[in-house]
Design a protein around this ligand. Structure first.
Ligand code: GTP
Ligand code: SF4
Ligand code: MG
Length: 422
C-alpha cells in the first residue's frame, strides 16, 4: 500500500478566503482531482478538507482547504474558529480573492496571516470573469506581496502559482529531503534491489541507495536489500508483501518480471527525478522518446565524471534499448559534468543522469535551460522504463506524474493517428 508521509514531514499550505471565491476549485485544479466539493452555493466547504500530495518543485505538502470565513451566525462562528485553527498550523497561507475584489475582509485576513508570521501568496482567482484591478496589483507589488492570477475552473495560471509557492515556502521545509519514506508506512517494508556489477563502487553502495536506507529508517519502516538475483527469494520469504520495490534502472526489466503487478515498483533514478529534478516535466519528456525517428540526435548528460565501463548504462544500455524501441539507429552525444552544450537546437531529446551529486537548484536550472530552448529533458530511469514499456507502472506511486504521462501519451497517440491518416 502506498501511504502518505506522516503529516509532520509535509509543508502545510492553507487555502483561505471568503465564501465562494474558488478555494476548493483551486485545490482541485492543483491536484487535478475532485478532492473538495465545489458549488455555486456559498458555504459549501464546512470543515477543513486535507489533501496530501507531492507538489513539484516544492516536495511533499498537505493542502488544507477551509470554510469561507465571512460566515455569519452561530454555525458561521464555528467555521471561523476551525479556519482560525487551520491558520495556526499553516506553514504557508494562500489567500484566495476574486479578481477585482479586495475589501476590508481580505485586509483583515492578510493581517491575521501576517501576524502569525505565515508567508502569504495571494491567488487572484476568476481572472476569466474580470481582469484584476491594476490598483490592487500595484499595491501587492509595492508591498512585495507575491500573487498569481489563476482561473481555477480551467487550471490557467496554476503552474505560475506553484512557482510562486516555491519561492515563498520556508527554506528549511524544502531542504527536508524525503527520498521514499512517504511511499512506505511505518512498520511496512520496502525492498531495494541493488545489482553488484562492475558499475557498483568498490566496497560500498551508491550514495542514493545508502541515503534511501537511512530515509526508510527515519520513517520507522523496514528495509530489505537484495541483489537482482535474490529478489524472487526475498519476495517469497516476506510474510506480508512489501509496500514498494525500488530497483537500479539497469536491471529494471528483470525486476519488473519478478515483481508481481500488485506491488508498486519504481527505480532509484525516478526517485532522483522527484528529489533533484522535476518529475512531471521529465516524465513528459520521457514520452517524447516515443516520437524519435532513426537518425535523430540525442544528448546523454551525466553530472559527474565517473569513468565509463563496458556495460555503462548511458553509453550502452540506454542507446541499445532506445534504438530497439525506435527501430533504427540514433545519433548519441555524451557529455559529463558542467560540459553541457549551449546550443541544444539540433537535439530532439536530452537524457540526464539522476544528478545525485548535485543540489536540486543546479538540476532545475539545467531543466529550465532545456525548456527555454524547447528541447525535452528526461532522466535515465524514466527513459529506460519508457523504452521497456513499463513507465506507467513505474509511475504508479506518483499520481501527478502518472496523470502527466497518460496525458502526454494520449496526445502522442492521437498525433501519430493524425499523421498516419494524412
Ligand atoms: N468563472 C469562474 N468560476 C469559478 C472559478 N473558480 C471557481 N469558480 C466557481 O465559483 C463557485 C464557487 O467555487 P468553490 O470552489 O466552491 O468556492 P469556495 O471558495 O471553495 O467556496 P466555499 O466552500 O463556499 O467557501 C463555483 O461555482 C465554481 O465553479 C474561476 O476561476 N472562474
Ligand atoms: S551524478 Fe549522475 S553520473 Fe554521477 S553518480 Fe550521480 S547519477 Fe551517476
Ligand atoms: Mg469550498
Amino acid at each position: 500500500m502506498i501511504r502518505a508521509t506522516s503529516k509532520g514531514f509535509r509543508l502545510h499550505i492553507g487555502l483561505f478566503g471568503r465564501r465562494n471565491v474558488g478555494k476548493s476549485s483551486l485545490l482541485n485544479a492543483i491536484t487535478r482531482q475532485q478532492v473538495s466539493i465545489v458549488s455555486e452555493v456559498p458555504g459549501t466547504t464546512t470543515d477543513p478538507v486535507e489533501k496530501p500530495m507531492e507538489l513539484l518543485p516544492v516536495g511533499p505538502v498537505l493542502f488544507v482547504d477551509t470554510a469561507g470565513v465571512d460566515d455569519v451566525g452561530a454555525l458561521g462562528a464555528q467555521r471561523i474558529e476551525k479556519t482560525r485553527l487551520a491558520i495556526a498550523r499553516s506553514d504557508v497561507g494562500v489567500l484566495v480573492a476574486e479578481s477585482g475584489v479586495w475589501t476590508e475582509f481580505e485586509e483583515k485576513l492578510l493581517a491575521e496571516l501576517r501576524a502569525q508570521g505565515i508567508p502569504v501568496l495571494i491567488a487572484v482567482n476568476k481572472a476569466d470573469l474580470r481582469a484584476p484591478d491594476p490598483e490592487h496589483l500595484y499595491r501587492f507589488e509595492q508591498e512585495k506581496l507575491p500573487y498569481a492570477e489563476v482561473v481555477a475552473t480551467t487550471g490557467k495560471g496554476v503552474d505560475e502559482f506553484r512557482a510562486r509557492l516555491w519561492e515563498i515556502a520556508p527554506a528549511e521545509s524544502i531542504a527536508t529531503q524525503v527520498i521514499l519514506r512517504d511511499l512506505v508506512g511505518p512498520d511496512e517494508t520496502a525492498v531495494l534491489v541493488m545489482p553488484i556489477d562492475a558499475e557498483a563502487p568498490k566496497g560500498r553502495i551508491k550514495q542514493l541507495q545508502a541515503q534511501s536506507i537511512r530515509d526508510l529508517l527515519d520513517g520507522e519502516s523496514c528495509c530489505v536489500v537484495v541483489k537482482d538475483a535474490g529478489l524472487q527469494k526475498a519476495l517469497d520469504n516476506l510474510k506480508t508483501p512489501p509496500s514498494i520495490v525500488v530497483t537500479d534502472a539497469a536491471v529494471f526489466d528483470q525486476v519488473a518480471r519478478v515483481t508481481p503487478d500488485s506491488i508498486p515498483l519504481t527505480a532509484f533514478s525516478i526517485l532522483l527525478s522527484r528529489l533533484k529534478g522535476d518529475l512531471v516535466a521529465q516524465t513528459k519528456a520521457a514520452v517524447a522518446a516515443g516520437s524519435l525517428r532513426p537518425g535523430d540526435k540525442v544528448l546523454v548528460a551525466e553530472s559527474c565524471t565517473h569513468h565509463p565501463i563496458q556495460e555503462d548504462i548511458g553509453r550502452v544500455k540506454i542507446p541499445r534499448w532506445l534504438e530497439k524501441s525506435v527501430g533504427g539507429e540514433l545519433q548519441f552525444t555524451h557529455v559529463k559534468g558542467r560540459d553541457f552544450p549551449q546550443d541544444l537546437s539540433s537535439y530532439k531529446l536530452v537524457i540526464h543522469c539522476g544528478a545525485c551529486m548535485w543540489n536540486r537548484q543546479e538540476m532545475l536550472s539545467r531543466i529550465a535551460e532545456c525548456q527555454r530552448q524547447g528541447v525535452p529533458i528526461t532522466n535515465y530511469g524514466l527513459v529506460i522504463a519508457f523504452a521497456l514499456g513499463i513507465l506507467e507502472r513505474a509511475l504508479e506511486p506518483f499520481p501527478e506524474a502518472l496523470a502527466a504521462y497518460k496525458e502526454a501519451r494520449q496526445a502522442q497517440v492521437e498525433a501519430a493517428g493524425v499523421s498516419l491518416a494524412n
